[in-house]
Design a protein around this ligand. Structure first.
Ligand code: SAM
Length: 229
């Protein structure tokens, strides 16, 4: 019986790998990785030697059938991405969907994903939230921003450091200068930083301190029409 295990890996701090994730990597016959070099570095840190095959955005559609054949030829295959949980703004979804369609068992281990510490530490309500991932760069960006402006639940966005100030400017433009945000930067890493305030305040801060590293923007939900009355 073949099975695909989806194994989350650390988003910065290597101590965040779980004991079960390490055991899965030790026991597997084959690893599919977004970038084989990144995964080989993690494996060598864990002292694990396993065959690692590429499975990334560029070959995801093309290599689907070949990947399914490989999974079927083994009893235990692992899918990892460069960091965090595969499928969350990372390759994986197509392979997982195809495995389910072909009757191959899948199991996803719980583990690191930047969205979770960012929303929990933002201080905004996290009992329900919307995960938007990366906004489109051009076409469709304004439509998403208008929808987020109306959204009453907390929204989580992934953003690159060089687009952070522009994105905060758009939050200010579409949602007003008083909409609160929390920017979570370099979560679990040496320069981890959380900046909380209005979109205008946080934009001014990052204009003065151009950011580096990885970034999550958490946007406070809009006031519901009921509570405005
Ligand atoms: N699969 C990953 C996950 O589970 O979170 C996400 C991968 S996506 C390609 C990379 C984006 O995730 C970054 O651009 C950033 O928005 C966010 N991210 C990943 N690691 C992060 C970290 N340590 N601190 C802040 N954001 C992070």
């Amino acid at each position: 019986m073949s099975k695909l295990y989806i194994v989350p890996t650390p988003i910065g701090n290597l101590e965040d790998i779980t004991l079960r994730a390490i055991r899965m990597l030790q026991e597997t016959q084959l690893i599919f990785a977004e970038d084989t070099r990144t995964t080989n570095k993690l494996l060598s840190h864990l002292d694990i030697k396993k065959p690692v095959h590429p499975f990334h955005m560029h070959n995801e559609h093309k290599s689907l059938e070949r990947s399914i054949d490989k999974i079927k030829a083994n009893s235990h295959t692992v899918l990892v991405s460069d960091a965090g949980t595969p499928g969350i703004s990372d390759p994986g979804f197509l392979l997982i969907r195809e495995c389910i369609a072909k009757g191959i068992d899948i199991e996803c281990l719980p583990g690191p994903a930047a969205v979770i510490p960012a929303i929990v530490a933002s201080g905004f309500p996290c009992d329900k939230f919307v995960f938007e991932g990366f906004l489109p760069h051009k076409k469709g960006r304004q439509t998403r921003l208008k929808l987020i402006a109306e959204e009453t639940r907390t929204t989580v966005l992934y953003e690159s450091p060089h687009r952070l100030v522009k994105c905060l400017g758009q939050i200010e433009e579409f949602m007003g200068p008083y909409r609160k945000v929390c920017v979570a930067r370099e979560i679990t890493k040496m320069y981890e930083e959380y900046k909380r305030g209005t979109a205008a305040e946080i934009k001014a801060y990052y204009e003065a301190h151009p950011p580096k590293g990885e970034i999550v923007i958490v946007v406070e939900g809009a006031e519901s029409k009921k509570s405005k009355k």
